[in-house]
Design a protein around this ligand. Structure first.
Ligand SMILES: [Zn+2]
Length: 259
């Protein structure tokens, strides 16, 4: 079985003081490729560094909405310097987050739009973080696709937690969806129903490690090796074998990120 962890934070130095170790452990669990996600300039640089040092490891670069109170044009220029690195596969994670209020709505939105333009300029895929903000992000994307139809098919909603209605709107935009630990939670029937309506052809799997730990390891710090539990939860959701979900989601990730 070949798996890809499309979203992990091995650049979180506190959680992963030795990323090589976590990568080796993931490999032993069938995780062939990993994507390390940037959340600001420093973590984006570190993501690229980790990707440079390991075969099958890739990076995204960008500013997470919860940090955008510190974002400005100089930081944007730093992100632009990293984009053309051969191991950078996407801009991200960027987006909107109304669960926390570290950055104002305006700060988040402004950083989002500048980074969307950057992704458009370099024709890169985008990994979105969207928490309690689908109602805000989706209209922005719906407007954008009218002006930039070329960006269709280049957007991934990581750790999707929206409603069935949100999912429907995002499918209209040709978005992909990231599924993580919560698909394995006992009480997540509503999420599983939404995932069923999305369909396997639009899904990639991810850990979001060190967060979002899947069953049966809840309460512990998450790691990329455990993406196999996410895959099992997804297989159960669709009533197919883990081999089937592994094959489809791995192909989806390879096509979307060009890896
Ligand atoms: Zn993340």
């Amino acid at each position: 079985m070949r798996l890809i962890d499309t979203h992990c934070h091995l650049n979180d130095t506190e959680a992963f003081p030795n990323p090589s170790e976590a990568i080796a452990e993931a490999r032993a669990a069938g995780v062939e490729k990993l994507i390390v996600i940037g959340v600001d300039t420093e973590s984006s640089r570190l993501a690229v560094e980790i990707a440079e040092q390991h075969e099958g490891v890739y990076a995204t670069v960008g500013w997470h909405p919860n940090y955008t109170q510190n974002f400005n044009k100089l930081e944007l220029a730093e992100i632009e310097k990293l984009i053309t690195h051969p191991k950078v596969v996407a801009i991200g994670e960027i987006g909107m987050d109304f669960h926390w209020d570290y950055a104002t709505s305006d700060e988040q939105r402004s950083a989002l739009l500048l980074q969307l333009d950057l992704a458009g300029k370099y024709e890169k895929p985008v990994v979105f973080h969207c928490r309690e903000a689908e109602w805000f992000l989706l209209p922005i994307l719906e407007k954008r696709i009218q002006i930039c139809p070329k960006e269709r098919g280049k957007w991934l909603l990581h750790c999707f937690a929206g409603s069935q209605d949100d999912a429907k709107r995002a499918i209209e935009l040709d978005c992909m969806f990231g599924v993580d630990g919560p698909v394995t939670y006992k009480k997540a029937d509503e999420l599983r129903e939404t995932i069923q309506t999305i369909g396997l052809e639009r899904i990639v799997i991810e850990t979001d490690a060190p967060w979002m730990t899947p069953v049966p390891h809840r309460g512990k710090r998450n790691k990329p090796a455990w993406v196999k539990h996410v895959n099992e939860g997804l297989a159960e959701t669709f009533d197919v074998t883990p081999e089937v979900t592994a094959r489809i989601t791995t192909k989806n990730a390879e096509d979307f990120f060009g890896i």
